[in-house]
Design a protein around this ligand. Structure first.
Ligand code: MN
Length: 228
């Protein structure tokens, strides 16, 4: 045991479905603008620009259906409902055809966003971090072991207070899950424990304290959290 000068931070983790096991989390990568209709609503051209990425710290996770505290310094907290990929086997320069062999499992997740701070950062050419990578910005449901799951199709949906807010299909991802893994692995060496949030479909919108968010990805599972 090394002689740490302060207590080492706890390992961030996501529960695994149907067991009391945990998936330990190393990094959280997020893909920007990966559904055409969302790119359009954000004022971008949805042609197939190369994927781009931002990150959240592992300890931004909110798991087990826990509440999500409304963050400070924003008046425009948005939901972004996403499929999350959990990497079990790392690698660099992973070929598209091999990419799904690196996946341990999948879960439903929310890329919570301080849209006003992100917008200000875009305008001024500054980093997105305080718009995207704040505390409690990554609620996630339990991880489903990959098995033979095919992430090329399946409904992705978010209800707020029981009313459908976002509804789309994984088949509408501009960059597919294997393509994202392959591309990201050219930029960084992926490692076991990395999570990849694959982007949100259209109809992102603001939430307020008291709202109940219930997300579902067909064949994967749910994410549930209340904004408090
Ligand atoms: Mn997102």
């Amino acid at each position: 045991m090394p002689n740490y000068v302060i207590a080492p931070p706890p390992v961030a983790a996501v529960p695994v479905q149907g067991s009391d096991s945990l998936f330990p989390v190393r990094r959280i990568f997020c893909v920007g603008r990966n559904y055409a209709e969302h790119a359009i609503e954000m004022g971008s051209d949805p042609t197939r620009e190369p994927p781009f990425y931002f990150t959240k710290p592992a300890d931004a996770l909110v798991v087990g259906g826990a509440d999500t505290p409304y963050p400070t310094k924003t008046k425009d907290l948005h939901h972004e409902m996403e499929l999350v990929v959990a990497i079990g086997v790392g690698g660099s320069n992973i070929p598209v055809a091999e990419a799904l062999k690196h996946v341990w499992g999948y879960c439903a997740g929310l890329d919570m966003t301080r849209r006003d701070l992100q917008g200000e950062a875009k305008k001024t050419g500054r980093p997105w971090d305080m718009g995207k990578a704040f505390d409690h910005s990554a609620p996630m449901g339990a991880i489903m072991p990959a098995g033979g799951f095919d992430p090329s199709k399946g409904r992705i949906e978010l209800k707020v207070n029981g009313v459908v807010r976002q509804s789309s299909d994984l088949s509408k991802l501009i960059w597919s899950v294997p393509e994202v893994i392959a591309n990201l692995s050219e930029l960084v060496e992926l490692a076991p424990g990395d999570l990849i949030m694959t982007g949100t479909p259209e109809n992102v919108a603001a939430v307020v304290r008291g709202d109940l968010l219930e997300g579902h990805v067909e064949g994967v599972g749910t994410v549930v959290t209340r904004i408090v």
